[in-house]
Design a protein around this ligand. Structure first.
Ligand code: SF4
Length: 282
């Protein structure tokens, strides 16, 4: 078999591949100092073409301060595998290139993270790149995160403001509440927490930690709390906060260190109080 094009059911080192598992056995720290960076990419031409799934290996000239995105850009400019076979440029998603949009999230050496902030010098080599597994594949490293945005809409993750006239200054927010809410506002909708969550699967409706934390963010806002009941109805429905299994992986992988477990506990408390009140007031 061509050493640089392997079936995707095997990892590039010949070992069985796992959904999120990067192949092991690379050069590790020793490989970080070479003139070339070896990058192994899991490719698939289209969502409905699983027969095209494969690994391809590329060698990229090392430059100072490279990140994974710059490796991908080099490969796309000259998509030739390490054995000299010309292939199609790999496809990935990206936007801001400064860890704000979340679009370039992928599995880098088996760990879900943004490729813009993944520095080559800090990674074990060879570098393996795979698409996130919990979202539908579009092509190569590009996945469709629409489910996350649909769930944010379902949970009404916004402050309801009528923009047709000047509402004047908003209600003051106490500093203590600001301090509590600010970390929650750092979410970039990258999907890392969902990729790492054992409860979040393509087969169920669980909204996951990102959406639950946004529910907390907007429920605690003086104007946002106008929709608190509607949000908690969604949280108590199928796929809501009760589906969380408390694995804690979400908080481990969140690139913005959002206190996701605190958010899940807070929304669970809010949902319980809401359900009791609803029971006694119907
Ligand atoms: Fe990404 Fe963290 Fe937001 Fe989840 S909560 S989508 S891991 S930034």
């Amino acid at each position: 078999m061509n050493p640089t094009v392997t079936d995707a059911t095997s990892a590039p080192n010949g070992q069985p591949a796992t959904t999120t598992g990067a192949p092991s056995g690379g050069n590790g720290a020793a490989g970080r100092s070479g003139a070339m960076v070896l990058v192994r990419i899991r490719r698939q031409d289209a969502p409905d073409k699983p027969e095209t799934a494969r690994w391809e290996e590329f060698a990229v000239p090392r430059r100072p301060n490279m990140n994974v995105i710059s490796c991908l850009q080099s490969i796309a400019a000259n998509p030739v595998t390490t054995d000299g076979r010309r292939t199609t440029p790999p496809v990935w998603d990206s936007g801001c290139l400064e860890e704000v949009c979340g679009a370039c999230t992928m599995l880098i050496n088996g760990k879900t993270r943004q490729s813009c902030s993944a520095l080559v010098d800090k990674l074990a080599h060879p570098i393996t790149l795979e698409p996130m597994s919990k979202f539908p594949l579009v092509r190569d490293l590009f996945v469709d995160r629409q489910r996350l945005f649909d769930d944010l809409k379902r949970a009404k993750a916004w402050v309801p403001v009528d923009g047709t006239y000047d509402l004047g200054p908003g209600e003051p927010i106490p500093q203590e509440l600001n301090d509590e809410r600010y970390p929650l506002s750092r979410c970039i909708s990258c999907g890392c927490c969902l990729e790492a969550c054992p409860q979040y699967t393509p087969a169920n409706k669980f909204v996951g930690a990102a959406v639950i934390s946004q529910v907390r963010l907007f429920n605690d806002h003086p104007i946002g709390k106008a929709l608190k009941g509607e949000r908690l109805e969604v949280m108590m429905d199928e796929g809501g906060v009760a589906d969380c299994g408390k694995a804690g992986n979400c908080a481990e992988v969140c690139p913005k260190d959002i206190p996701l477990l605190e958010s899940i506990a807070a929304v669970q408390r809010q949902a319980t109080v809401y359900a009791i009140r609803k029971f006694f007031t119907r």
